[in-house]
Every structure is written in C-alpha cells, then in structure tokens.
Design a protein around this ligand. Structure first.
Ligand code: FAD
Length: 383
C-alpha cells in the first residue's frame, strides 16, 4: 500500500498468493463473523503446517521469523481473499507476552500447542463489575502450599466455552493499595474441576462469548506468569499487543474490497463524489498501515508499545467504522438489507459487517478509555 515490493518481495507475494488461492477453502472466504472451531481450526492447522501461522513469532519459538515486508505481504494477501478471522488469543495476545515473561518451562509447555492449533486460549480479564475499571476485579486467588485456590466469575470471554485454557487476572492481595498492586496473571486449565462455562449468544445469533464461573478451582503455582502481585504490568503489555493487532489495516482493507465490488456492480463507482470518498478512505487506511507496520518494526527492534497502542487502536477502529459507513452508503436503498447483496460474480454482506464493526471500539478497552490513556499518559492532563 505505502511501499513498493522489491524483486524478492514480489516473488514471495506471488508464492503467498498462489498458495492461499489454492488452499483457502471457498467456504471460508468473505465471512463476516469468525467461523466456529470445527470450520476454522483445520484452516489454522493448514497455515501452521505451511509455517505461516505466526509470521511475527521468532523461529526459536516455532514462528516464521518473517521480515517486516513478508509480514505485510501475508497480511495484504489474506485481506485480498477476505480470509476469515483466526482465533488470536494465543497467537497475538498471549504468545508474545509469554516470550517476555514466561519461564523456559512454561514456554516449552504452552507455546508449541498455540502454533499447532491444538490448544485454544481465552482471555479472562473482564468481570460483571469490572470492564473499563479492570483494576477493580474481584476474582480471588489464594496461595495455599503449591497451589492457588481460585473463586470468582469472568464474563465476555471470546470463545470461552470452546477454549482449553484461559489466561486470567486474579486478585492475590485484597489489601493492596493501589488496587492494581494486588493482581496476578495466572494460566488456568479450563478442564479443571470447579469451572463452568456458559455461552452468551449475541444479537447476531452467534455464541461468540462465554461466562466463566470458578468455584474453588485448584491451579498449580507454576502457572503464575510474572511476579506474584505483579500481574498488572503483564496484563497491560498484553493489552498493548491486543490494541496493536486490533488496529491491523487488514480489517479495513477487507471492507474496502467489498465497497469496490459493490460500487462496480451497482454503478456508484462512476460517481465522482463516491470516488472522492473512497480516495479519502484509502488515504486514511494507508496512513494507518504505515503506522501499524512502523510499530511492528519498533517491536522487532526491542521496543515495547506504551500509549502508542492506544493511538493505533483509536485510528484503526475509527477507520474500520468509517469504511463500513461508506459500505452502507454505497448500498443505498439496500443498506439495511440483512441478506447479502449481489456484486458481480460474488455477493457482499453489508449490514453484518457494519454491525460487527461497532464492537471494535469496545473490546480491548473502549475508545473513551483509550482517550483517557492518551490524556493522562501523553498529554499529562489531570486524571
Ligand atoms: C467483541 C468483544 C469481545 C470481548 N472479548 C473479551 C474477552 O475475550 N475477554 C475479556 O476479558 N473481555 C472481553 N470483552 C469485554 C471488554 O473488554 C469490555 O466490554 C470492555 O473493557 C468494556 O467494559 P464493560 O463492557 O464492562 O463496559 P463499562 O466499563 O461498564 O463501560 C460502559 C461505557 O462507559 C464508558 N466508560 C467507562 N469508564 C469510563 C471512564 N473512566 N471515562 C469515560 N468513559 C468511560 C465506556 O467507554 C463505555 O462506553 C469483549 C468485549 C467485546 C465487545
């Protein structure tokens, strides 16, 4: 988008395009909601067998150790085919954090099954009374001998009822002040006795979330990641990763490809006003992509992202919603149709992707919270 392929890049792009074209099942292309595990995990495993499931992971941990250019190319080619969203809690959120905070024994145990797709992870942060104010969480873990005894409730776990393990924030020191000084980061096997998961069906009739109830769950102390009562730093570094990946231009590019197909099919493509709006959107996404890949470059060179991740999440999710707004506009009188709209040889889903994009400004910390972070940590405004 904002860079030219070198000859070597062009060769790699051709390989990726050819392989994805030949192997990504038709049924998984152009999907709006994340397909269920039975459909998506075989594709995850194919990417893993090809060695492309984790371009951003170093080779010593089973990743591809891809150059920045290779990562951009893979992401762009996946967007070109409207590839489905993979379960990313292990790949993008937990994996890089374990490489920083995990012990060699923890990494040996937990990283390979993420790469192979044999273990699905859920994120156990939010609770019924603790979302934006995450430090107020009350799920309690008491250290008794070699184990933590965990009691409490989590909510909004993406794929919580399909997951095998959950990385969780727990309160290990209830008296600590400030509140976040009493929180630890714990890995919990969701098959442990005392755990119940209950799916939550969303407005799109998708059972994407779950509640997780923990009742005297025994968790070995070796599952603690980072220091006891030092989980807040681990949790926030993980959130920075989550915010970074949420701002991937891939999601907006997939909407742009729908806009273009629909506009060509219904004649809007010839309208100069539409052309202006599309050009403006493309410029925004190009700037976002430059920022996104610059952040990857910084990380590859040992930097961690601080409030930059909040800026990126704001920009990425604003662009995504601007793109779905334009998609609705191009659909004109059909902008509220639930059915997919015909677009040449293909069809395009309009309302589902519009609705799905609304939540991007909530998960991983809402836009209001990102603005608060920037106000306090970048602008130094009073809290
Ligand atoms: C699609 C999706 C997937 C999710 N997946 C997971 C998951 O896998 N694991 C997990 O643990 N959680 C998950 N969540 C939960 C998510 O992290 C929370 O919804 C989010 O942090 C907001 O918390 P809340 O829903 O409790 O809203 P609240 O914190 O109650 O906020 C309600 C509203 O008030 C605003 N607000 C709150 N505090 C302030 C403030 N100080 N200043 C200004 N405005 C404020 C918020 O911006 C929001 O608009 C997911 C959510 C969504 C939508």
């Amino acid at each position: 988008m904002f860079r030219q392929d070198t000859d070597g890049d062009a060769t790699f792009r051709a390989q990726v395009r050819q392989w994805l074209g030949a192997n990504l099942p038709q049924a998984l292309r152009g999907r709006t909601a994340r397909p269920h595990p039975a459909e998506i995990i075989p594709w995850y495993k194919m990417l893993s067998a090809k060695g492309w499931i984790a371009p951003h992971w170093p080779r010593e941990h089973g990743g591809m150790g891809a150059s920045l250019a290779e990562q951009i190319i893979i992401s762009e080619e996946l967007a070109r085919l409207s590839a489905p969203h993979l379960p990313v809690q292990g790949l993008n959120h937990l994996g890089p954090i374990m490489m920083r905070y995990g012990t060699p024994a923890q990494n040996k145990r937990h990283l390979p099954p993420i790469i192979s797709g044999d273990v699905i992870w859920a994120q156990g942060y939010s609770e019924p009374g603790s979302g934006s104010d995450l430090a107020s969480l009350t799920t309690r873990a008491e250290l008794k001998g070699d184990s933590f005894i965990v009691n409490g409730q989590k909510i909004w776990q993406t794929w919580g009822h399909y997951a095998d393990w959950m990385f969780t924030l727990v309160r290990t020191d209830p008296a600590a002040q400030p509140k976040h000084a009493g929180i630890s980061f714990l890995l919990i096997d969701l098959k442990s006795p005392g755990i119940k998961t209950r799916p939550i069906v969303n407005i799109a009739d998708d059972d994407e979330f779950a509640q997780v109830f923990l009742d005297d769950v025994v968790v070995p102390s070796e599952n603690l990641v980072g220091p006891l009562n030092g989980g807040w730093k681990v949790a926030n570094d993980l959130l920075a990763n989550e915010r970074l990946f949420t701002s991937s231009p891939q999601w907006s590019l997939e909407v742009v490809s729908r806009i273009v197909r629909l506009a060509e099919a219904n004649g809007s493509a010839k309208d100069p006003v539409f052309q202006d709006k599309l050009a403006a959107l493309r410029i925004r996404i190009t700037a976002q992509a430059a920022m996104f890949w610059h952040a990857f470059d910084l990380i590859a060179n040992g930097r961690t992202l601080g409030p930059d991740a909040s800026t990126m999440k704001l920009v990425g999710t604003d662009n995504l919603q601007a793109a779905t707004d334009l998609l609705i506009e191009v659909a004109g009188a059909h902008g509220a149709d639930v059915e997919r709209l015909p677009a040449g040889e293909d069809d395009v889903d309009v309302t589902q992707i519009f609705l799905q994009s609304r939540r991007a400004t909530i998960y991983g910390g809402s836009s209001e919270i990102q603005r608060n972070v920037l106000a306090k940590r970048v602008l130094g405004l009073p809290g």
